[in-house]
Design a binder for this molecule. Structure first.
Ligand code: ZN
Length: 145
C-alpha cells in the first residue's frame, strides 16, 4: 500500500503547475511529488519548488541529500510561494553519471508578513547544487545570491 499524497490543496492535475513550466500540474511536477522518476536536476529543482508551494514535506525530505538535510519541517505556513524563474542550468541531464553534480540558479518569489503583520512580496535567489546517486538526483545545498 502506498502512502497518501501529503497535500494537494490548490493544485489539481489540470491546473497550471506551480513551478511555472507552462505545463499542467498533472503533466509536470505531480508524478515527481508522488515519488516518480526524476529526469534531470532542473526537473527536481522545479518539483522541490512545487513541494514548497503545496506543503509536500515528504518530497522535500526524500529529495534532500541525507548528509546535508536539516531537520524538518521545511515548509513555513506563513510563506506563500508565488512564482519561480529558472535562470541557469549547468549539467544535470538524464545522461549524467552517478556521482555527477549539477547547478541550477533560480529566483523564487513569495509573500510573507513583515514585523507589523502586513503581507509583503519578497524573493530569494539561489544557486543550488544537485548530485546524482543510484540513478536519482538529490538536492545537496544552496548558495544564496
Ligand atoms: Zn512543475
Amino acid at each position: 500500500m502506498s502512502p497518501e499524497p501529503v497535500l494537494r490543496a490548490g493544485a489539481g492535475a489540470s491546473d497550471p503547475c506551480p513551478c511555472g513550466s507552462g505545463k499542467t500540474f498533472g503533466n509536470c511536477c505531480q508524478a515527481l511529488l508522488d515519488g516518480g522518476a526524476v529526469a534531470s536536476a532542473e526537473a527536481l529543482m522545479r518539483s522541490r519548488y512545487t513541494a514548497f508551494a503545496l506543503g509536500d514535506e515528504d518530497h522535500l525530505f526524500r529529495s534532500w541529500w541525507p548528509r546535508t538535510r536539516p531537520e524538518g519541517p521545511y515548509c513555513h505556513p506563513g510563506t506563500r510561494w508565488t512564482g519561480l524563474e529558472v535562470e541557469e542550468v549547468h549539467g544535470g541531464g538524464s545522461e549524467a553519471a552517478d556521482g555527477e553534480e549539477a547547478r541550477v540558479t533560480f529566483t523564487a518569489h513569495f509573500l510573507t508578513s513583515d514585523l507589523n503583520g502586513r503581507v509583503v512580496a519578497d524573493q530569494m535567489r539561489e544557486r543550488s547544487t544537485f548530485r546524482k546517486r543510484a540513478g536519482r538526483w538529490f538536492y545537496v545545498d544552496g548558495q544564496a545570491l
